[in-house]
Design a protein around this ligand. Structure first.
Ligand code: IPE
Ligand code: IPE
Ligand code: MG
Length: 255
């Protein structure tokens, strides 16, 4: 999936939305609650967002749930996040199947506990046949880890490292690159999320804390996307002629 232009994304609606779900801790702090209460509430916001993606016709949703660097947090918060993830994976599977959500857990798995590994494999298997929405939960994920693991796969297979070969080994190789990246929580950075894949994503930053991110906020992000002019290095008139041709014209495929 190394093409910069995703032929399935219409001008108005992103095919793939990626979200850095940030602000859980501050949401809880504002209410004099422990930080973990914000994480729990954040799960409700994720459920809401999954529904909205299906309702609006977004086909792929990738969310950042735990970064490679989040291990640096206090051990009790890390332990809570591990438990919450396992619990949510188990509880939500029947609902995901009913809603046609195909789950992929994306990230480094080796250092996760056996319980989490078992829960995530079960959840992935149970939802593998679902086709309405692909949900990638990035857990113990880092963009740098992703590029390094992809490069290592190529080295081991003695394959030359090219953009296309590397992209084919990245953790999100099963979906086109994100069209729209949303970050909530008023921070304006990637924090090591999908750094390769977001090379040409439209970026949208919201001050809203993740547990409060609702339908209206989501629709504001979609509306902002619909107003963007994506050019992928070309001129606007080239993009206009490219969008009327189909499928992806060769001249849009990067060398
Ligand atoms: C994002 O919320 C969730 C995770 C990183 C697991 P935070 O926990 O980072 O919330 P803030 O940024 O401290 O408010
Ligand atoms: C990014 O948020 C990771 C997730 C949302 C899972 P962080 O809160 O960890 O990011 P920084 O530390 O503020 O950059
Ligand atoms: Mg944060």
């Amino acid at each position: 999936m190394h093409d910069l232009v995703n032929p399935e994304a219409s001008a108005a609606l992103p095919h793939h939305v990626a979200i850095v779900m940030d602000g859980n801790g501050r949401w809880a702090k504002q209410r004099f609650l422990p930080r973990v209460a914000g994480h729990k509430k954040g799960v409700d916001a994720l459920r809401r967002c999954i529904k909205l993606c299906s309702a609006r016709g977004v086909k792929v949703l990738s969310v950042f749930a735990f970064s490679s660097e989040n291990w640096r947090r206090p051990p009790d918060e890390v332990a809570y996040l591990m438990e919450l993830f396992t619990f949510v994976l188990r509880r939500e599977v029947p609902k995901m199947v009913a809603d046609g959500v195909q789950l992929h857990v994306v990230g480094e798995r080796e250092h996760l506990s056996d319980r989490i590994k078992a829960a995530l494999v079960r959840a992935e298997q149970a939802t593998a046949h679902c086709e309405r929405l692909v949900l990638n939960i990035c857990f113990n994920y880092g963009g740098r880890w992703d590029v390094v693991q992809a490069a290592n796969q190529l080295v081991q297979a003695q394959q030359p490292i090219t953009e296309a070969a590397l992209a084919s080994k990245l953790a999100l190789a099963h979906v086109p690159d994100p069209d729209l990246l949303i970050r909530t929580g008023a921070e304006h950075r990637l924090s090591n999320f999908l750094m390769w894949q977001c090379a040409y994503s439209e970026l949208y930053f919201s001050d809203v804390l993740w547990p409060d991110f609702d339908e209206a906020h989501f629709d504001q992000a979609l509306a902002s996307f619909a107003g963007r002019e994506r050019r992928f290095g070309m001129l606007p008139e080239q993009m206009a002629s490219a969008s009327t041709a189909s499928p992806t014209p060769n001249h849009l495929i990067p060398c």
